[in-house]
Design a protein around this ligand. Structure first.
Ligand SMILES: [Zn+2]
Length: 290
């Protein structure tokens, strides 16, 4: 499932690829992937110009010049992939599945006036794209309750400690996975950040010192920034907007590294445990329960 760095990478890619393009048609053969009123589509999407692509938490927002926006939830397996006219490969998809689009996972196809296209592929069909007035976005229940953006300059360590401390009796890993506490952290970056900060994922929040929490705050920002530089983590389905894969997982310290030697202490092997129902990767030497 894409997390903040993956969604941010898609947004950066789309900003290079689709800004100022004019939408001439949209096709969808799966109602739940594009559950929009036909009149709204005709009036506010068709013939609109794409003005901006942005992100809030793990949601992609495409703003149109009609004061409407497309809100894209990728969920488990969603992909937004752009294809240019000439080579049908704005990038070089290193995945046979993406060599020819549309394919059997394509749920929505946007066509632009220059004959280029944007495909929304979604194998598992949990994702969707809704069209709605830009001014209504902040009133959606999800946007009302989602926590602050961890990479914003305005998000200081005091805010992080304040947010996490709302869950005094909870274990730290499910706390940072909680989207109402902080936006965009999923399983990969939770494991990577907790290893980086030398915190066992089952430690209760009330057992962590302010130094621990400061280390965790720095670790979350560090691993996410490195991942964005690497184009995100391609675990299964995630791809960048040009159809290519991210390579952060090659640099990851614990995620999917079970049985490899910990690169910090070089004594223990990374083990996989379950924390609050989620597969979790740790070094038992570097991350001790308090
Ligand atoms: Zn270690």
């Amino acid at each position: 499932m894409p997390e903040l760095p993956e969604v941010e990478t898609v947004v950066k890619g789309l900003n290079k690829l689709i800004l100022n393009k004019k939408v001439v048609s949209v096709e969808s053969d799966w109602k739940k992937s594009f559950p929009n009123d036909i009149n709204a589509v005709e009036n506010f999407l068709i013939n609109s110009i794409i003005k901006a692509v942005r992100r809030r938490a793990k949601v992609i927002i495409i703003d149109l010049n009609t004061n409407y926006s497309l809100i894209c939830h990728l969920r488990m397996t969603g992909q937004l992939v752009y294809r240019g006219e000439c080579n049908w490969g704005g990038g070089h998809p290193n995945d046979d599945f993406l060599a020819n689009l549309p394919n059997k996972s394509t749920r929505v196809t946007f066509s632009f006036s220059d004959n280029t296209k944007l495909f929304f592929n979604d194998q598992r069909k949990f994702g969707y794209i809704i069209l709605l007035p830009t001014s209504e976005i902040n009133n959606l229940p999800f946007f009302k309750k989602v926590g602050p953006e961890p990479l914003e300059d305005s998000f200081k360590v005091e805010h992080f400690i304040e947010r996490v401390s709302l869950k005094q009796n909870s274990m730290i890993k499910p706390t940072i996975l909680d989207q109402s506490v902080i936006a965009g952290v999923g399983n990969i970056y939770a494991d990577e950040s907790l290893w980086e900060a030398k915190i066992h994922p089952e430690t209760r929040v009330n057992k962590l010192s302010s130094v621990d929490l400061e280390n965790l705050y720095k670790a979350i920002r560090k691993v996410m920034k490195i991942s964005i530089q690497r184009g995100g983590s391609t675990d299964r389905n995630y791809v960048k907007a040009d159809g290519t894969r991210g390579n952060y997982l090659e640099y990851a310290s614990v995620y999917h590294k079970n049985n490899e030697i910990c690169k910090r202490c070089k004594k223990f092997r990374i083990s996989k445990i379950k924390v609050a129902g989620r597969g979790t990767h740790i070094c038992e030497n570097c991350q001790k329960v308090k």
